[in-house]
Design a protein around this ligand. Structure first.
Ligand code: FES
Length: 148
């Protein structure tokens, strides 16, 4: 049912843990199952130099989190924002259709951590927040209120 890569990243997940003084931290929940993923990013000169995660979720969620941290390392912020849940699943040689929703956590956690980084560094404008948070556009008002 699962590819060898999924099993590998599930049984031996990369980059588990926290980054102290992370430049961006994002936590997201999967509304379909209640699973949670938290991602920590270290960002220097607009490049992601380190990534760690904690996931309370199913095996596919752990494997996609692990792969997502591997994919974002060395990427610019803009490149990391282009990483889709499909790209994460493809890097794992695919997920069973019933588990594709699990990969949403990875994409959303990357976006949330970068959004946090941008907010902390005054780089977030309304358009950015819409791109960054995808399905959480109701946050835009909240974010711009904070900024003012
Ligand atoms: Fe919840 Fe997979 S079942 S993320």
């Amino acid at each position: 049912m699962y590819s060898e890569k999924v099993m590998d990243h599930f049984t031996n997940p990369r980059n588990v843990g926290e980054i102290e003084n992370a430049d961006g931290v994002g936590q997201v929940g999967n509304p379909k199952c209640g699973d949670i993923m938290k991602m920590y990013l270290k960002i220097e000169n607009n490049v992601i130099t380190d990534a760690k995660f904690k996931t309370f979720g199913c095996g596919a969620a752990v494997a996609t989190s692990s792969m997502a941290t591997e994919l974002v390392k060395g990427k610019t912020v803009e490149e990391a924002l282009q990483i889709t849940n499909k790209a994460v699943a493809e890097a794992l040689d695919g997920l069973p259709p019933a588990k594709m929703h699990c990969s949403n956590l990875a994409e959303e956690a990357i976006n949330a951590a970068i959004e946090d980084y941008k907010r902390k560094n005054g780089l977030l404008d309304t358009e950015d927040s819409c791109n960054a948070c995808g399905r959480r556009c109701e946050d835009i008002h909240h974010i711009s209120e904070d900024d003012n």
